[in-house]
Design a protein around this ligand. Structure first.
Ligand SMILES: [Zn+2]
Length: 939
């Protein structure tokens, strides 16, 4: 147990507080004992502000201290979601200034809860206040005069989001106390906040992760205060699919947390969405270094700079060191949870405070990069050793939040006026300047993917219509059924951001995350911007919900054909028809007067097939043609693969997106853990193993989580009921180890197909499963924080960097099954990855000073970087050091024994965004038998 006695160094602090309490607290009365308890939990006087040095006493409303029997941020304690919600319910039940809402349900079935806090009048008036911000959000519903009158009676709504990243544990503790303080304090600043704003608090935005993390803390971290000896500080999962990437979901909205926050946003139209994180000492308030996204209204950037500088100023004034702004992220990509606000004319922002990844007090010595005095950090964090506690973190979070609320309350009119103006500007741009609309032809190769793109726009409240008659604009004539995004709408700016390519400046510094999110590039679809205002005259019917594409079975005959035009639904169809023998054409052919490209399906009729086939066609938007006979074309059998997805315990995050993609498509697969690989016999169980991208170097991929920490069970027990999902383990340490690596090699040797994506490709190429390929200088494996130290160092060396960009590629083997459904020249999405040589037949032998390296063998190169016809490499985003990338392989198909390794030098399953790249992986799964049966190239 940790000692609770007061360190001698804190005696002056306690004395000061006790002396100052009476004056500083008035007109509040401090809850008896709260001052002393907060002082004891704070490690140094300068890490506390008078604003949060006490809990206001209330005769009617329970404080979090009364409810939890401890102060928020008490050493060695963390509140799990049910307790946090219990307190929120108690608070709402006791205070007429607090109301509780349930805004969602997590993947594992936990509620996601929202508190609204305002004065009594504000709470009574919530519906009217919501209506006011909803009207201000749409300038078509309020002209400037009406808006001005509306603003006089409206309030900015300020939303705090806690506990998105589960090992950043301080935010939940902070906002529980903040909610109480806002509800009961009679300090003038708080009264002003209550009467001028509505404050929304989501105390546990990702409750699945919170509960796993809290259990992890009590199981593995409690009582351990020596940082050098701490084991891993987070459980392997923070939700069913995600870890850190749960904060990379703004555009796609796949996680229940994101969906709940987006629903909240479009119901309340908060002026500010503020997300609480922990990564920078002692508090960094975000606003980014630039380049700023050109599609976001400039008012937003000046507002968030103003708010940040106010926080820095207020906390400098309170004598709290280490508060800074500016030097974090860039402000170009808005794909984070708070981005729902940035992308919809509000302000998205956040803090990085200093979290211990534990509720225990730890000792830190920061390096010069964290303690130098800079214009954006005029009072840096301590340069000498200091102790930091969970309460210190709460003090910083809550003091800064109060400063932000104070500023917002004092600028309420300005914030609402800006909010209205941003919507107004966006709408006017769509009326006054091109593009005036986007036209999305419905009949592109995969109509279901077109519908999926439209669905993503609609989910963002971007208005989309469907042409009810043909129409002509400067760009051409478009048929009825074309999807039309008119840009005279309040979210015009976001539509433009999503539907045009990104141009990240080449001299723009190191980006934090992706530099391209253009949906046409991600989906491999044509979306035509129209410079013709006549687009507004097209007859369109607004779409109230996502379009549904249904396919059908045409004609009659004993053989069914399915034209492969790049449909991503083929994978799901293969498993829906798992027992049917399906053959895949290896060349184009014609039948019944129609042309069928290579990759098209041939399926013989049998009794009882018509009904399931019609259902598959309808559900997946696939059209089958019935013909009289099997066409004379080279073809191969395509049995449904027994599929495994290998998920190392050391990094589950990116592979979570693969599991998500397969689950969405109802594709059966086995979740393969480190211990399953170590146990071997893989070929008996699987035909195809997918090993996705991981943020690990080769040695870490093999070693996994250190055995020294083991055994580390991740299983449901009475004490750890949240553990064990989505997979369980008796011991998550030990990684693949040598045995696992050997078993993977044996799997391939014995006829399996191993598909590796992103950094997963290091394993077969660099650990020796595949011969003859070398890692080359000049590449950068992606680091988990896009702009990490590796990338920054690489930037100085002019290394090849493509940090989330869409790049042109050419098929070196357009006849390869991986190419089915694709044109010979296309593009894919690439983050930063290592560079590899073209395979050689053999490599230089030791001391062989006179012999040359073996001859190159490009026969396994399926896809290569760059356009062989000379089109520019970058479709959207940016690339650096690209000369060293063009011409290298992007996909390699390497025969090994009786099996094959298909290695990707990019991640075709990136966060459910690059949907047009996915077919490359689906092709490997669909054609696994043909791929492993193919002979090696010419010898
Ligand atoms: Zn975070």
């Amino acid at each position: 147990m940790k000692s609770r006695t007061l360190p001698a160094a804190l005696a002056p602090l306690l004395w000061l507080l006790a002396a100052a309490t009476r004056a500083d607290v008035a007109p509040d009365t401090a809850e008896p004992g709260s001052v002393e308890e907060i002082a004891r939990a704070t490690t140094e006087a300068r890490f506390l502000s008078p604003w949060v040095a006490y809990l206001p006493e209330s005769a009617t409303v329970p404080s979090p201290r009364a409810y939890l029997h401890r102060i928020p941020g008490a050493p060695g304690e963390l509140v799990e979601s049910a307790q946090a919600y219990g307190y929120c319910r108690a608070l709402a039940a006791a205070s007429p200034r607090v109301k509780l809402f349930t805004i969602g349900r997590s993947e594992e079935g936990r509620d996601i809860v929202l508190l609204a806090i305002a004065d009594e009048a504000g709470i009574r008036d919530l519906e009217r206040l919501k209506q006011a911000t909803a009207t201000l959000a749409d300038p078509r519903r309020a002209d400037p005069g009406t808006a001005a009158r509306l603003i006089d009676g409206a309030r900015p709504i300020y939303y705090f989001n806690a506990a998105l990243h589960s090992d950043e544990t301080g935010s939940t503790e902070s906002v529980l106390e903040l909610a109480y303080r806002l509800a009961v304090s009679e300090q003038p600043m708080i009264r002003r906040i209550r009467s001028n704003l509505v404050v929304l608090i989501n105390p546990v935005s990702n409750p699945d992760g919170r509960d796993k993390q809290v259990e992890w803390f009590y199981r593995y971290l409690k009582g351990r205060t020596d940082r050098a000896l701490l084991p891993r500080q987070a459980p392997p999962y923070w939700s069913r699919y995600a870890f850190v990437d749960i904060n990379r979901d703004a555009h796609q909205q796949t996680h229940e947390t994101t969906k709940a926050v987006h629903r909240m946003f479009h119901e309340w139209h908060p002026t500010v969405v503020h997300d609480l994180h922990e990564a920078v000492a002692l508090l960094m308030t975000w606003n980014g270094t630039g380049p700023y996204n050109p599609n976001i209204d400039p008012l937003t950037f000046s507002e968030f700079l103003e708010l940040s500088f106010h926080e820095v100023q207020a906390m400098n004034g309170l004598g709290m060191p280490g508060v800074s702004t500016w030097n974090f992220g860039e402000g170009f990509a808005h794909l984070f949870l708070d981005s729902v606000a940035m992308n919809h004319n509000s302000i998205g922002r956040g803090y990085e405070t200093w979290g211990n990844g534990s509720a225990e007090t730890l000792t830190w010595t920061l390096g010069p990069e964290d303690t130098s005095r800079e214009w954006w950090r005029l009072v840096p964090p301590p340069a000498t050793e200091f102790a930091w506690s969970a309460r210190d973190n709460v003090n910083y979070n809550e003091t800064a939040a109060l400063a932000a609320l104070d500023w917002s309350a004092l600028h309420a009119h300005e914030l609402l006026s800006n909010f209205y103006q941003k919507g107004y500007h966006s709408w006017r741009k769509g009326l006054d300047e091109p593009p005036f609309g986007f036209l999305i032809p419905a009949d592109q190769g995969d109509p279901a993917r077109v519908a999926a793109l439209v669905a993503r726009l609609i989910a963002q409240h971007i208005e989309v219509g469907r042409a009810s008659a043909p129409f002509a604009v400067r760009e051409g004539t478009f048929p009825a059924g074309t999807y039309v995004v008119r840009l005279d709408q309040p979210y015009r700016n976001y539509a433009v951001d999503l539907l045009l390519p990104q141009h990240y400046p080449k001299d723009g510094g190191e980006p934090y995350d992706d530099v391209s999110w253009s949906l046409p590039a991600h989906y491999h679809l044509d979306v035509v911007p129209s410079a013709d205002p006549a687009v507004r005259a097209a007859a369109i019917e607004p779409l109230a919900s996502a379009p549904v594409v249904r396919g059908r079975v045409n004609g009659a005959g004993t053989v069914y054909l399915l034209r492969d035009t790049g449909q991503e639904g083929l994978l799901e169809a293969r498993y829906r028809l798992a027992r049917e023998p399906i053959e895949i054409a290896e060349r184009a052919f014609s039948a019944g007067g129609r042309e069928y490209p290579a990759g098209s399906w041939i399926l013989k009729s049998r009794a009882g097939l018509a009904t399931p086939l019609a259902a598959v066609a309808a559900d997946l938007g696939l059209d089958f043609d019935a013909v009289g006979e099997v066409p004379a074309v080279p073809r191969h059998a395509a049995p449904a693969a027994r599929l495994g997805v290998y998920v190392p315990w050391a990094d589950t995050d990116s592979i979570g997106w693969i599991r998500y993609a397969l689950d969405q498509r109802h594709v059966p697969y086995a979740y393969v853990r480190d211990e399953d690989v170590r146990a071997g016999h893989l070929r008996e169980r699987y035909d195809v193993l997918i090993y996705g991208h991981v943020d690990l170097e080769l040695a870490e991929q093999i070693q996994g989580i250190p055995k020294a920490w083991g055994p580390m069970p991740f299983k449901k027990t009475a004490a750890t009921p949240a553990f064990g999902t989505p997979a369980e383990s008796d011991d998550i340490t030990g990684g693949l180890g040598g045995a696992g690596l050997a078993n993977l090699g044996e799997f391939v040797e014995r006829g399996g197909l191993l598909v590796t994506l992103g950094n997963g490709t290091m394993l077969p190429l660099e650990a020796g499963l595949v011969r003859g390929v070398r890692r080359e200088a000049g590449g950068v494996p992606r680091s988990s924080q896009g702009g990490g130290a590796d990338a920054a160092a690489a930037a100085q060396q002019a290394a090849t960097r493509t940090p989330g960009a869409h790049l042109r590629v050419s098929f070196a083997r357009p006849d390869h099954p991986l190419a089915y459904g694709y044109p010979a020249r296309t593009h894919v999405f690439r983050q930063n990855f290592a560079l590899y040589s073209t395979p050689r037949r053999w490599l230089r032998m030791a001391y062989c000073t006179t012999c040359l390296d073996g001859p190159y063998d490009p026969s396994g190169v399926v896809l290569e970087w760059g356009d062989r016809d000379g089109a520019p490499l970058v479709v959207s985003g940016q690339a650096w050091g690209e000369a060293n990338l063009v011409g290298r392989w992007a996909i390699l198909d390497a025969p090994v024994g009786m099996g094959h390794v298909v290695a990707f030098n990019f991640n075709p399953l990136h966060r459910d965004l690059n949907r047009g790249d996915q077919r490359l992986v689906w092709n490997a799964v669909l054609n696994w038998q043909a791929i492993v049966s193919a002979h090696a190239g010419p010898h």
